[in-house]
Design a protein around this ligand. Structure first.
Ligand SMILES: Cc1cc2nc3c(=O)[nH]c(=O)nc-3n(C[C@H](O)[C@H](O)[C@H](O)COP(=O)(O)OP(=O)(O)OC[C@H]3O[C@@H](n4cnc5c(N)ncnc54)[C@H](O)[C@@H]3O)c2cc1C
Length: 379
């Protein structure tokens, strides 16, 4: 088997990259190599309208399964707000079907890469794919070079016996008991009787007590009179990176190009990677395929530098705010102008945004904030 570009890992980043090349560079013979039975695994990815530039929307639009153009809500003790920015979700079933139709036999599923070299991929079954260029988009990577807090969650989709009455996503319902750091519930109404309920924690530890969180989801549903059957479950533990050394995370002599979270391309405060994956795919499709290891590393290094401000906010969150009071940081943030909030989520905060987020009466004690910012062990 031979190709010009072998993308290893048919998840979010690898799939978007393949889509970008199939449309913009059809002359490039690519292969998308995925170990699972379908591209995208069993996933639900969501994003705000503001996360993807209008001119780039074509890259994600064919994959979208749900849209909520009517905006979304946030709820904190004593404060609620509706933001008019639309929201949408991609389900991996549609993601796979669209890529399969687009790529045909160039999408290899059930193909686990055992050895990745700059010019070939050896599969676990012994097949060898020779390639002009190879890019590693296999997702989760060793995070030991980074300093992290954690955003962890368990989500259940419930099909209810009666309508739930929620007509737009609730991105944060932080009126719940504060447990294990900053806790909130995230709601996605799929249709009038199906609702996705995700119980989320900004926590100091990555441990996920799934039965305890499942019980809290059930209690949240019961308190609203929602009775029904669980039709889908998911869970995740995402790093909230607040420090570390990029050069140890991705050593300069690494001969393999990377994409997606493996390249550190995610918003440090949320762990979400879709906005970065879109920008990366379009950037890569617009440049020559030579020297990919150095070029992708340089791209990721620039993104790491731009992420410094978000890592500083992470230090404030994990280092300065006592866990039960972390919600105050988000409650204050959500009083800021809507366009600033959207730019924050897409990792595109302007200088003025950055100043505004930090200005004013801080929701954490000044001394703790200074300690967190100056403590070298936190960088
Ligand atoms: C439950 C959960 C929900 C999330 N929700 C969102 C969200 O709503 N919005 C958002 O922006 N971010 C979200 N994220 C964060 C992040 O965007 C996702 O984790 C995203 O899928 C990362 O994209 P990726 O392509 O880098 O990795 P992945 O999507 O994980 O893709 C990696 C792929 O590589 C394949 N693979 C692994 N090893 C091999 C191998 N040896 N050979 C071949 N293939 C291999 C895997 O099977 C997988 O399909 C979520 C994360 C989790 C865990």
């Amino acid at each position: 088997m031979e190709c010009d570009l072998a993308i290893v890992g048919g998840g979010l980043a690898g799939g978007l990259l393949a889509h970008a090349f199939a449309v913009l560079r059809p002359e490039v013979r690519l292969m998308l190599i995925e170990s699972g039975p379908q591209a995208g695994g069993n996933h639900l990815w969501s994003f705000f309208d503001g996360d993807v530039a209008d001119s780039d929307r074509w890259l994600v639009d064919p994959f979208i399964t749900h849209r909520w153009p009517q905006g979304h809500d946030v709820r904190f003790p004593g404060f609620e707000r509706t933001l008019d920015c639309g929201y949408q979700s991609i389900e991996s079933g549609r993601f796979h079907a669209t890529l399969a139709a687009l790529l045909g036999p160039r999408l290899l599923t059930g193909a686990s890469a055992a050895v990745i070299a700059p010019d070939q991929v050896t599969l676990a079954d012994g097949r060898v794919i020779r390639a002009g260029a190879v890019i590693d988009a296999r997702g989760a990577v060793d995070l030991s070079a980074l300093r992290c807090g954690w955003q962890k969650f368990v989500g259940h989709s419930l099909h209810l016996d009666a309508p739930h009455g929620v007509d737009r996503p609730v991105i944060m319902d932080a009126t719940v008991d504060q447990v294990d750091g900053y806790r909130f519930v995230y709601l996605l109404p799929r249709d009038d009787r199906t609702i996705f309920i995700e119980d989320t924690y900004y926590s100091d530890t990555p441990d996920l007590d799934v039965p305890a969180i499942a019980a809290r989801i059930a209690a949240y549903a019961a308190a609203r009179g929602w009775d029904g059957t669980i039709v889908h479950r998911e869970q995740g533990v995402l790093p909230v990176v607040h420090g570390g050394a990029f050069d140890r995370f991705w050593p300069a002599d690494d001969p393999i190009a990377r994409a997606g979270v493996r390249a550190g391309l995610f918003q440090p405060m949320t762990g979400y990677s879709l906005p970065d994956a879109v920008r990366f795919a379009l950037w890569l499709a617009g440049r020559p395929l030579d020297d990919l290891p150095a070029a992708t590393r340089a791209h990721a290094r620039t993104c790491w530098r731009h992420g410094g401000y978000y890592r500083l906010l992470g230090r404030m969150l994990f280092g300065a705010a006592r866990p039960p009071l972390r919600w105050r940081i988000f409650a204050r943030f959500y009083r800021l102008p809507a366009p600033l909030i959207q730019r924050f989520y897409s990792g595109r905060s302007t200088i003025v945004d950055r100043i505004r987020i930090l200005c004013g009466r801080p929701p954490v004690p000044i001394r703790s904030a200074m300690r967190a910012l100056l403590d070298p062990s936190f960088r």
